[in-house]
Design a protein around this ligand. Structure first.
Ligand code: HEM
Length: 132
């Protein structure tokens, strides 16, 4: 599968951009009082993109040598993906007040950015490492 590494990584990164853009649009629209972000087609589109994102991630994991993850960046990244998912659920659905949903939304975007920087830097500190 190594011969498809670049294509698989391209799929991973393209779906990251799409997934982030859809979350940004849905979260902002919900906070503005709109209802379309929770419509079934939008939700299923979002689930579909995230499934492709994670499938590509698993394929990259199987292709790459374990030594690439020796400093723990992938472990921190996956832990933050879980945090991002929980925050996303609170931002879009579970947050009881508008303030709670807004706080979860902003935190989720910050966590998403940190996941991105961790991946780019191949370092658990992500943005902090790049700017240090
Ligand atoms: C459980 C979820 C995820 C896993 C297991 C995972 C795993 C990986 C792996 C193994 C790579 C290849 C690294 C390399 O080629 O050197 C990668 C690349 C990347 N991932 Fe993820 N990923 C996940 C989710 C995400 C998310 C949610 C984001 C977005 C914020 C993201 C952003 C990136 C980026 C930008 C790259 C390219 C890094 C580079 O240029 O070297 N990943 N990911």
């Amino acid at each position: 599968m190594i011969e498809f590494y670049l294509q698989i990584k391209l799929v991973h990164v393209a779906t990251i951009v799409l997934s982030g853009a859809i979350f940004l649009a849905r979260g902002s629209a919900l906070l503005a009082g709109m209802r379309w972000p929770m419509a079934a087609p939008v939700r299923y589109l979002s689930y579909g993109i995230d499934t492709v994102l994670l499938t590509a991630a698993m394929m990259l994991l199987t292709i790459l040598p374990g030594a690439l993850f020796a400093n723990g960046w992938l472990l921190v990244k996956v832990a933050l993906v879980v945090v991002y998912i929980v925050l996303g659920v609170f931002a879009l659905r579970r947050g009881r007040t508008r303030a709670m949903r807004a706080a979860a939304f902003v935190l989720a975007l910050l966590v998403y950015a940190q996941i991105y920087f961790i991946a780019r830097a191949h370092h658990p500190l992500g943005a902090l490492y790049l700017w240090s």
